[in-house]
Ligand binder design. Structure first.
Ligand code: IMP
Ligand code: MG
Length: 188
């Protein structure tokens, strides 16, 4: 077991950044909805999709700050990590939600790293014909992507280090730590 190390982003900093992210996302959705004569209160227009399992804590905090009538659908992507810190690919587990055509869709993930996970999801969900498609991540690693994909809303840019906590795990551990911490001695 590799123990978690120093705090990279503290819980207060995360909480205050999520207020900004929620305001920015609500503003963008408000503009999109206004173009179709709808508002943030119009039911059935916005679908938020957390990518399991890393985004669960971030998602829970983010959606509670969003004054938006939204539906949630879950997706699960396995990224073949296990007890390694390296991304070895991404594959969808199970089916995609079937009702995304014409909706304003927001994919929410913990971190943009190699780009494999979000590249896969942007492609597959884009094929379903959403009215708009956004990607919102808490963290974005400063590194070249293996699969080119941009996040539309980003909490924090971080260096190319392996982090745990606030939903992020190392081999299933540490998701419940309230801060984002470095994982000492983790390679790749
Ligand atoms: P990507 O497909 O390489 O972009 O990685 C996506 C997934 O890998 C994320 O959704 C995370 O679950 C996991 N991941 C990437 N970097 C880290 C990290 O530093 N700590 C924990 N999990 C990570
Ligand atoms: Mg993960």
């Amino acid at each position: 077991m590799i123990p978690p190390g120093d705090v990279l982003i503290g819980q207060r900093e995360i909480a205050s950044r999520i207020v900004d992210l929620a305001r920015d996302l609500a503003g963008e959705l408000r503009r999109d909805l206004a173009e179709e004569g709808a508002s943030l209160d119009t039911p059935g227009r916005v679908v938020m999709i957390p990518v399991l399992s890393g985004s669960i804590i971030f998602f829970a905090d983010l959606v509670r700050r969003l004054p938006v009538a939204l539906a949630t659908e879950l997706v699960s992507v396995s990224s073949y990590r296990g007890a390694t810190t390296e991304s070895l690919g991404a594959s969808l587990e199970g089916a995609l939600p079937g009702n995304l055509a014409g909706k304003h869709v927001v994919i929410v993930d913990d971190i943009l790293d190699s780009g494999r996970t979000l590249g896969l999801l942007r492609g597959r969900i884009g094929e379903l014909g959403p009215a708009s498609l956004r990607i919102c991540v808490l963290l974005r690693k400063e590194r070249p992507r293996d699969v080119p994909v941009e996040a539309d809303l980003v909490g924090f840019d971080i260096p190319d280090v392996f982090v745990v906590g606030y939903g992020l795990d190392y081999d299933g551990h540490y998701r419940n730590l309230p801060d984002v911490r470095l994982l000492e001695g983790a390679g790749g």
